[in-house]
Design a protein around this ligand. Structure first.
Ligand SMILES: [Zn+2]
Length: 368
């Protein structure tokens, strides 16, 4: 246990150091803190969906009962659609209580969204966030859902770097090293060129970046097409088939792009629907005066049309995959954990509200 140890690293703005090991008690980001919180929440069921490459439990926590629609006859979405009936896959009728899954920390040091999801779950279960602030809209709408949080999907990457609790105002090179890692040869792994090696050979690293699981795999590209899936991916896809969420938030962190356009191989009406969520979440942040308020404005992410975890999620369970890049305080904007949390919780709140009012999965015209 390294609690108490300081982690003084170079600051991005201004001289001096940032202590990435220190954060207030309401900023819950480590897997041990997360589990303690989840097990204390009334009405929240905590369970394991599987184990990581490093053998660590991948926990999930659920609020609200899962509603299973009747008369599902088809375990494959594409088969159901090809046969002319989406409801053969989803079941007949409309859920009274939709399911929203928060998939956190796929990259092990990108946990800002997880902090917000845990605070959101606290609002739903107890009425306030962990700072004691009320979020009446989030509470009202959140309680209409089955809300499932997987706080640390890449629990290996998180635990290997669990000395760090935040990256506010951290120097870019320090962040690179923690996120991507260094090789024993002296080579520094730099995003996105580091993606040219997959997996990162564990025996070749001096420091394995938090991006990767203990096998050196970047899980967002672990589709099962190139190689046998990692245990995390198998656990997730099995869980998705059982759980059948209507929407999935894929939580990442960067400079705060918010709801992004990543999902190349999903139907056009799903892509259009993603854009609506992006506009609603980004504009809500803008109108509140926050310093991050992005709305997706390109057809694809930086890499163009590539197969991504969000596509896999859609084709596995038919959910709308919402990729969100939460802000990590890059270059000290924003410059407080309070504002980081406010922005991230607002994004979650707006996704929840819009999804409850308009539904997460767009309607299947004439096929449902
Ligand atoms: Zn990421």
């Amino acid at each position: 246990m390294r609690s108490g140890a300081a982690s003084l690293l170079k600051a991005a703005v201004g001289r001096g150091k940032v202590d990435t090991s220190k954060a207030p008690a309401w900023w819950v980001s480590r897997s041990d803190e997360t589990e303690r919180l989840l097990r204390s929440l009334p009405g929240v069921e905590v369970f394991e969906i599987g184990r990581s490459a490093g053998g660590r439990p991948i926990l999930a926590a659920a609020w609200g009962a899962r509603e299973d629609l009747p008369n599902r006859t088809c375990g494959s979405l594409s088969s159901a659609l090809s046969g002319g009936s989406a409801s053969a896959f989803y079941g007949q009728g409309k859920r009274e209580r939709q399911g929203l899954l928060f998939l956190g920390n796929a990259h092990g040091i990108e946990f800002e969204g997880t902090v917000a999801a845990l605070n959101a779950l606290n609002v739903i279960a107890r009425g306030t966030d962990l700072r004691g602030r009320r979020w009446p809209i989030l509470r009202e709408y959140g309680r209409k859902l089955r809300f499932v949080v997987i706080p640390h999907f890449n629990v290996d990457g998180r635990v290997r770097h669990d000395i760090h609790r935040h990256f506010l105002n951290l120097d870019v090179e320090e962040y690179r090293r923690i996120s991507q890692g260094d090789l024993k040869s002296g080579e520094k792994l730099v995003w996105p060129k580091s993606k040219l090696t997959w997996p990162i050979p564990p025996e070749a690293v001096e420091v394995m970046g938090g991006y990767f699981n203990d096998n050196g795999v970047n899980l967002v590209y672990d589709t099962g097409l190139a190689a046998d899936p990692q245990p995390e991916t198998t656990a997730l896809t099995r869980f998705l088939r059982r759980e059948m969420p209507d929407g999935v938030i894929l939580s990442h962190s960067n400079n705060g792009s918010l709801v992004c356009e990543h999902a190349s191989f999903i139907p056009e009406h799903f892509r259009m629907w993603l854009q609506a969520f992006s506009a609603v979440a980004g504009s809500a942040c803008r109108y509140k005066g926050y310093r991050k308020f992005g709305v997706a404005q390109a057809a694809h992410g930086y890499a163009g049309q590539i197969l991504y975890q969000g596509d896999v999620i859609y084709h596995t369970c038919g959910a709308l995959p919402l990729l969100v890049e939460f802000p990590c305080g890059y270059q000290n904007v924003p410059d407080t954990l309070d504002e980081l949390l406010d922005i991230s919780m607002t994004v979650i709140q707006e996704i929840v509200r819009f999804g409850v009012e308009y539904r997460f999965r767009p309607r299947e015209k004439g096929r449902e």
